[in-house]
Design a protein around this ligand. Structure first.
Ligand SMILES: NC(=O)c1ccc[n+]([C@@H]2O[C@H](COP(=O)([O-])OP(=O)(O)OC[C@H]3O[C@@H](n4cnc5c(N)ncnc54)[C@H](O)[C@@H]3O)[C@@H](O)[C@H]2O)c1
Length: 283
């Protein structure tokens, strides 16, 4: 670049690798702000206006951020996203955050966004993985508590094959609720990261999941309105409060960093000790 072509008033950091943040929502933006300290940002959301508004806000704060509209349930759109990542690379980090909570849709829609969408993203971005690339898939405490029959999980593991809901319901022996779809989809993410660690490792990459507990976020607030179960669980949390989005960003930052360079194929549970307390309740 000659002196004549250097632009002013921009935050370009061509010397940094790219962090792909899938979700311009609450935890998505918290992750973007943290990873954007050392990465260029590609902020991805189905909601084009929300993604661009998020990226514009980040640019105003000094981040090198651009947006990309993508519905992660649309295989062709995910392929276009992978092309964009290839153009903007090198691909440093994926924070895959987007999901629907149980109040946000039917069981079928939840399986499609939370499970098929995440699998499509993993599949499309794998060829771009290089030495040091890290993927972090946001799962949930829900994956750790409650029943996930193995026969159901075997079907969930095949999320890219047709008739996902039908196969899961046949394995479950009944129609499933949106809460069950949420739990199964999040447990399947843990299994995806475990199963795919070897493939990512062949290219020098790492793949992990992160399970937040009860987090003070817009999605968390919606579930508090709609789920009496959360009101029962909160007082049982050994760290007696909701977690913050910043604490999830802390964990994402750690998993993406060199400090976690030997961590792959596992889940990091960031739940203030709730799942442990539930396991040992009444003992
Ligand atoms: N808040 C909690 O208490 C809690 C607890 C456990 C896990 N989690 C997990 O944390 C994540 C919450 O993320 P958030 O705070 O950014 O949520 P959010 O609801 O604020 O944002 C989700 C974003 O995903 C986008 N999205 C929805 N469907 C999409 C699709 N098909 N393609 C592309 N984008 C799509 C939405 O437009 C939205 O911007 C979820 O994975 C959730 O399961 C949250």
């Amino acid at each position: 670049m000659t002196k004549e072509t250097i632009q002013t008033g921009v935050n370009y950091r061509p010397d940094w690798s790219l962090a792909v943040i899938v979700s311009a929502g609450g935890i998505g933006m918290a992750a973007a702000r943290r990873l954007g300290q050392r990465h260029r940002l590609l902020l991805v959301d189905r909601d084009e206006a929300r993604a661009e508004e998020g990226a514009r806000g980040l640019r105003d704060e000094g981040y090198d951020a651009i947006s990309h509209a993508c519905d992660i349930t649309d295989e062709a759109a995910v392929a276009r996203l992978a092309e964009r990542v290839a153009q903007c690379g090198p691909f440093g980090v994926l924070a895959h955050v987007a999901a629907l909570s149980p109040s946000m849709g039917t069981a079928e829609r939840l399986l499609s966004v939370n499970l098929t969408g995440a699998f499509l993203i993993e599949q499309a971005l794998l060829p771009l993985v290089q030495q040091g690339t890290t993927a972090i898939f946001i799962a949930s405490l829900a994956a750790h508590i409650g029943d996930c029959p193995e026969a159901v999980m075997v079907e969930a593991d095949r999320a890219l094959e047709p008739d996902l809901l039908g196969r899961i319901e046949r394995a479950a022996g009944a129609a499933i609720t949106a809460s069950e779809a949420y739990r199964f989809s999040k447990r399947a993410l843990l299994r995806l990261c475990r199963r795919r660690a070897a493939e990512w490792g062949k290219r020098g990459g790492r793949i992990v999941s992160l399970s937040p507990g009860l987090i003070a976020s817009p999605m968390g607030a919606l579930e508090f309105e709609n789920s009496p179960e959360k009101h029962r669980l909160l007082p049982m949390t050994p760290v007696p409060r909701e977690g913050t989005m910043l604490e999830i960003a802390d964990a994402i930052e750690f998993l993406a960093s060199d400090q976690a360079s030997f961590v792959s194929g596992v889940d990091l549970l960031v739940d203030g000790g709730l799942s442990a307390a539930l396991e040992h309740a009444g003992r």
